[in-house]
Write a protein that binds this ligand. Structure first.
Ligand code: ADP
Ligand code: MG
Length: 371
C-alpha cells in the first residue's frame, strides 16, 4: 500500500479525504477523537507546503440518530486545534467556483468542502461527481478508515482519476488490525458483546478460523448462543434471524466460545448484564491472554445497574499485559466513561469497517489502495 511518504508531495494541491465523522449536538462537536486521529496527515501535508482541499462526511441522510449535518462545527473544532492556518468554507463540493478557489489556494490555507454525504453523488458513487472531486487536486490522500467498506465516490470513485495514496491513519489502522488478525501472540482472545449481532458473528467465525484461542461473549451476542443452548432467556433480546448462524459456529468451535454462566436481570426480566461469577472467570482468561480484541459492551452499561460487567471487563483488559485493541462506537464510549481509553494499545476509529476487516471481508476502499 502506497502512503504519503512514498511520493513527492511538496507544494502539490492535495485532496485529503478524512474521517472526521464526529457526533455533533447543538452545533458543537461532542467528541473529537476522530479528528485528532486524523491530524497527523493534515499536519504532514501542511509541513510539506501542500495546498489542501479537505473533504469528509458527517452522519448519513435519513439517519435520525446520526443525521448528515453541514461541516461548520467540525471546521470550528479544526480552527481550535490547528493554529496558523486559515480555513475557507464553501458549502459546496465542486463546480467552477470551487475549482477556481482550489487553484487559487495559498500555502497555509485549507479549502473545506461541504459534507460529502449531502451531495447525492457520494453514496451513489456517481462518476461525474468523482471526476469533479478529482479535478480539484493533483494527488488524492485517503485517510478515512471509517469508510473503506463503502463503495462511495470519495472512496472508490476518485482513485480512478487521481494518483492515490493512503494517509497515516489508514496505514496505521490497517497495520494494527492486520497484525492482530494474522499474527496474534497466543493466547489470543476476542471479547465480544453489544447489540449488532449480524456484524459480530462473522468476526467470531473468522478470528477462530485464523487461530484465535477463545471468544468471551456478552450482550445480545451471548443471548443468541444461550438461546440455542435452551437457556430460558425470558424477555431478553435475541436476534431471531441470526440464531442459525450462531448455531453453525457453535457446532464448529464449541470449546472456544465462552458463554456467561450468570446474569443480571432487568425489572422486565431481560438479561442486561453478565453476572459476578461470569465476570470473575472472564477476568482470569483476560489476565492470561497475550492478545485481546474487544468490541461490544457486556451489558447495558448506559444504566448504572447494568454497568459492572462492562466496567470490570474493561478494567481487566486495561491492566492486562496483552496487546490490547478496542473498537466500536459504544465500546469507545464505555472506555471513555470509565477513563480506560488511554490504557488500550490501539483504538480503531472505524466501527463497521473494523468489524468487516476482522471478519475477513474485502474492503473496496482498501482494495483500491493496495492496487
Ligand atoms: P459497538 O458500538 O461497540 O460495536 P453495539 O452497537 O453492537 O456495540 O452495541 C452497543 C449497545 O448494546 C449498547 O447500547 C448496550 O446498551 C447494548 N447492549 C449490551 N448488552 C445488551 C443486552 N444484554 N440487551 C440489550 N442491549 C444490550
Ligand atoms: Mg454501536
Amino acid at each position: 500500500m502506497k502512503t504519503l511518504k512514498d511520493i513527492d508531495l511538496k507544494g502539490k494541491t492535495v485532496l485529503a479525504r478524512t474521517g472526521f465523522d464526529v457526533p455533533i449536538e447543538n452545533g458543537k462537536v461532542q467528541d473529537n477523537f476522530r479528528i485528532t486521529a486524523g491530524l497527523e496527515t493534515v499536519k504532514y501535508l501542511l509541513q510539506n507546503h501542500c495546498k489542501i482541499v479537505l473533504a469528509f462526511h458527517i452522519g448519513r441522510k435519513g439517519d435520525k440518530e446520526n443525521p448528515a449535518l453541514p461541516v461548520a462545527p467540525v471546521v470550528e473544532e479544526l480552527k481550535r486545534i490547528i493554529r496558523d492556518v486559515s480555513f475557507l468554507e464553501v458549502s459546496s463540493w465542486a463546480g467552477q467556483t470551487v475549482k477556481r478557489m482550489a487553484q487559487g489556494l495559498r500555502e497555509g490555507q485549507i479549502l473545506v468542502l461541504e459534507n460529502l454525504r449531502l451531495h447525492p453523488g457520494e453514496e451513489k458513487n456517481d462518476d461525474h461527481f468523482a471526476r469533479e472531486l478529482a479535478s480539484l487536486a493533483e494527488v488524492f490522500v485517503q485517510d478515512a478508515f471509517c469508510v473503506l467498506h463503502r463503495d462511495h465516490a470519495s472512496v472508490t470513485g476518485v482513485p480512478k482519476y487521481l494518483l492515490t495514496v493512503a494517509g497515516f491513519l489508514v496505514a496505521r489502522e490497517v497495520e494494527e488490525l492486520d497484525n492482530a488478525t494474522e499474527r496474534p501472540t497466543h493466547p489470543a482472545l476476542v471479547v465480544i458483546g453489544g447489540a449488532k449481532t449480524e456484524t459480530k458473528i462473522p468476526v467470531i467465525a473468522n478470528l477462530l478460523t485464523r487461530g484465535y484461542d477463545q471468544v468471551l461473549t456478552g450482550g445480545v451476542v451471548a443471548n443468541n448462543f444461550l438461546k440455542n443452548q435452551k437457556v430460558d432467556l425470558k424477555n431478553s433480546t435475541v436476534d431471531q434471524e441470526y440464531l442459525d448462524d450462531a448455531a453453525a459456529i457453535w457446532d464448529q468451535f464449541q470449546s472456544k466460545i465462552i458463554l456467561p454462566s450468570d446474569y443480571v436481570w432487568s425489572e422486565k426480566e431481560q438479561i442486561f448484564d453478565i453476572g459476578g461469577e461470569t465476570i470473575r472467570s472472564y477476568e482470569d482468561l483476560i489476565n492470561a491472554a497475550k492478545t485481546i480484541i474487544w468490541n461490544g459492551p457486556m451489558g447495558v452499561f448506559e444504566e448504572d445497574k447494568f454497568r459492572a460487567g462492562t466496567l470490570r471487563i474493561g478494567q481487566a483488559i486495561a491492566v492486562s499485559s496483552a496487546k490490547k485493541i478496542a473498537g466500536g462506537g459504544d465500546t469507545i464510549a464505555a472506555l471513555r466513561e470509565f477513563q480506560l481509553l488511554e490504557q488500550m494499545d490501539f483504538i480503531s476509529t472505524g466501527g463497521g469497517v473494523m468489524l468487516e476487516f476482522l471478519a475477513g471481508k474485502e474492503l473496496p476502499g482498501l482494495k483500491i489502495l493496495n492496487k
